[in-house]
Design a protein around this ligand. Structure first.
Ligand SMILES: [Zn+2]
Length: 236
């Protein structure tokens, strides 16, 4: 078993590297995705601002057309008023003119508020667009570096896996290898744990005396009762 542990320790060293390479290969695309999403969210914000500006501008235009028509009507009434002699008619004209003036002035006030709002939104949009532009530059740089890093990591992975295949053509028991590999997946790439005294250095739990004796005798593979890793003693 001592020999098996030595083979596993060699394998573990290689697999630790392999695990970190694989982690890098997962992490980089995830990071790319995260960055892309952040920019896309900003683009969505910019598009919303554009929509809001368009909506307000359409509203302003509508008010302009509406007030133009009402002003024409008011001018017509002004003329009719100056020609009118009948008191009831005069009162009716005056009433309608007053109503028109009130309406127009209120509509213009609202339009002015919309104009101010459009300016405010346009400023915001400008800032968001500048942020997007800057982030796109950073994103392109990140992507460029990522391509290189991924290619590099792929090369390292291929080399490590080739090395691993070579080692495994040796004399490791299939069952031992199964246990070891299951632990690799379950324990973030660390299948073995050294004992410090009777303490597992991976999970810091103390193993019972009888287990310690078994490990010291090295007759069989002993797993930590707490974290499940293959336990071994430091070289004397
Ligand atoms: Zn443990």
């Amino acid at each position: 078993m001592q020999e098996t542990i030595q083979v596993l320790l060699g394998l573990q060293e290689l697999d630790t590297n392999l695990f970190s390479v694989k982690d890098e290969l997962r992490r980089l695309p995830a990071e790319r995705e995260r960055r892309r999403k952040a920019i896309d969210a900003r683009i969505a914000t910019r598009d919303l601002l554009d929509e809001e500006v368009q909506r307000l501008q359409a509203g302003i235009k509508e008010v302009e057309m509406d007030t133009t028509i009402r002003r024409q009507r008011q001018r017509k009434l002004d003329n009719q008023l100056s020609d009118a002699t009948d008191a009831a008619l005069i009162a009716s004209f005056q009433h309608e003119i007053r109503e028109l003036k009130r309406y127009i002035s209120q509509a213009e006030e609202e339009a002015l508020e919309s104009v101010a709002k459009v300016e405010e939104l346009a400023e915001k949009r400008l800032a968001v667009a500048a942020e997007i532009e800057e982030e796109e530059v950073h994103f392109a740089e990140f992507e460029e570096n990522m391509k290189k890093e991924m290619a590099d990591a792929e090369k390292r992975r291929a080399a490590l896996e080739a090395d691993r295949d070579k080692r495994l053509t040796g004399n490791l028991d299939r069952n031992v290898l199964d246990v070891y590999e299951r632990l690799l997946d379950a324990r973030e790439g660390m299948s073995l744990s050294m004992l410090d005294g009777r303490t597992c250095t991976a999970c810091y739990m103390e193993v019972p005396q009888n287990l310690y004796v078994r490990i010291a005798r090295a007759a069989d593979l002993v797993l930590c009762p707490s974290c499940g890793r293959i336990l071994y003693l430091p070289k004397a």
